[in-house]
Ligand binder design. Structure first.
Ligand code: NCD
Ligand code: ZN
Length: 482
């Protein structure tokens, strides 16, 4: 057997259905063998990983790397460094940059910025009234998927009209491409916020009061209606409420291709933390009352919620700590702390490591059409691996974050279970807890490997494209009327 680049021995390999003692051989960018140590080929390097677990690198469906537009909040280099140090090997990055990722020019700016990435990436293009006419161009130019800001949030992108959303779904359904939706009802949020401001409310909890659960219920219901009708694949971003889960359960039962993410903050934080965290906690959708935490966890366990994402939404500390809640930017960083937080819950026996791998790697890989190459430790797959020490304890510290945004609600939180090394396509991007700075730029787009399952468009005879066809015998008017 010819020599390979690396063999990892002594660890246990975790998939979504089993944990086995096995060595893993890596050559070039790929895994070439998983099995008994006696069967491993000779290697140039051995990583002795006794007592460790090998997890497929985490795939984070929801990150904001801010570049182009807000490099004082984050850049691709710092955001992806945070990913690498958090055991994350693939990210999907959001279009609320400046310019927003709704034109080929803006996409090219982003792809240029992403050349410094430590981790692999997909790009969510913007789906809105102004972009719905050229989704195909964006796909051609490199977006992997789309995002619709149905609820207003950072960047103040106008929420798509229902008409544009329907037409967008009609275009994307036959292509099998999935659209992420920020599902809150914008008009409810805007009106409520105005009312709160008029009353002089500037406290942290006013933000939650302005974004009631019903705004999430309404938006999810509307989006699922359009998705089911058109056969479009959708993905509900940052699911925050217990009360909207029934809609997902029913839609899944009817066969709607909807995937759902939640984030550590919705599982582990609640308004009881608002007193000492204040504006730091401001994000969209809001952190809600404690009664939502456990039902969201239960929904992860029963498959209603498919995956864990972070909504890594960095802002400068100064932008997060203003006295008036309406002047605090929404969001906080999370990509670097997700794995340690979730492994801590595994150590508390709230889930198994196999559950975690299903949420962090397997299901996101399936949702974005990259499963097999990513999301699994098996011969032929990319060698994207988080080497995890379940016994390492520590205290999360915002000062140690790679992210520019050194302000985190997790600061000071005790955790047990850490990624120690992160490999992306055979190369260490974090080693012994330290960023491997030479690996900047090793990340690349997953577009080339993306293969979504067969599309299932529905009701195509009612699509805008179909009704625009002139029936025989009817003379089209010369000019479209406006
Ligand atoms: C995100 C951001 O800052 O870009 N903020 C947030 O509160 N979640 C936008 C978003 O995902 O809604
Ligand atoms: Zn959002």
């Amino acid at each position: 057997m010819s020599q390979v680049d690396l063999v990892i021995r002594g660890a246990r390999v975790v998939s979504d259905h089993q944990i086995i003692e096995a060595s893993v051989a890596i050559d070039g960018e790929s895994i070439v063998a998983v099995g008994h140590d006696d069967l491993m080929p000779p290697a140039r390097e051995v990583l002795q990983a006794d007592g460790m677990y090998l997890l497929p690198g985490a795939i984070d469906s929801h990150v904001h790397f801010r570049d182009p537009g807000y490099p004082h909040k984050e850049t691709w280099k710092t955001g992806s460094a945070a990913a690498a140090c958090g055991g994350v090997t693939t990210v999907f990055e959001m279009p609320n940059t400046n310019p927003p990722t709704g034109t080929v020019d803006a996409l090219n700016l982003k792809l240029k910025a992403a050349e410094s990435s430590y981790v692999d990436f997909g790009i969510h293009g913007l789906l809105g009234d102004d972009t719905v006419g050229h989704l195909e161009e964006l796909i051609e130019a490199g977006v992997t998927s789309f995002k619709a800001f149905v609820g207003n949030t950072f960047g103040n992108l106008p929420s798509p009209s229902d008409g544009a959303l329907l037409e967008g779904f009609e275009k994307l359904a036959p292509l099998g491409i999935r659209t992420v939706v920020h599902a809150e009802n914008s008009s409810i949020l805007a009106r409520r916020q105005k009312r709160m401001q008029a009353e002089g409310r500037i406290d942290a909890l006013a933000h939650l009061a302005a974004r009631p659960v019903v705004a999430e219920i309404e938006a999810i219901g509307r989006v699922l209606t359009l998705a089911e009708w058109t056969g479009a694949r959708v993905h509900i971003a940052h699911h925050s409420a217990a009360d909207s889960l029934f809609l997902i359960r029913e839609a899944k039962r009817r066969g709607v291709d909807v995937t759902v993410e939640t984030c550590p903050q919705y599982l582990l934080l609640n308004t009881d933390h608002a007193d000492h965290l204040g504006g730091i906690l401001r994000l969209n959708p809001p952190i809600r009352e404690a009664r939502h935490n456990q039902p969201l966890w239960d929904a992860m366990m029963d498959g209603t919620i498919d995956m864990i994402a972070t909504d890594h939404a960095p802002h400068a500390p100064e932008e997060k700590t203003r006295a008036n809640i309406w002047e605090c930017d929404c969001g906080f960083p999370g990509i670097e702390t997700q794995m340690a937080l979730m492994l801590t819950e595994v150590n508390r026996e709230r889930a198994t490591l196999m559950d975690y791998v299903r949420w962090s790697s397997v299901n996101p890989a399936k949702a974005w059409g990259i499963y097999g190459t990513k999301g699994v430790i098996t011969p032929g797959a990319h060698a994207d691996i988080a080497v995890v020490d379940m016994n390492k304890s520590g205290i999360l510290s915002e000062n140690e974050l790679q992210s520019i945004s050194k302000i985190s609600p997790w600061d000071g939180r005790a955790v047990k279970g850490y990624p120690i090394h992160t490999l992306l396509r055979g190369r260490f991007v974090m080693r012994n807890g330290k960023l491997v700075t030479e690996a900047a730029g090793w990340g690349r787009s997953v577009k080339g490997i993306q293969a979504m399952p067969k599309a299932k468009p529905q009701n195509t005879e009612h699509y805008t494209s179909a009704i625009l066809k002139t029936p025989e015998g009817v003379r089209p008017t010369a000019e479209p009327t406006r």
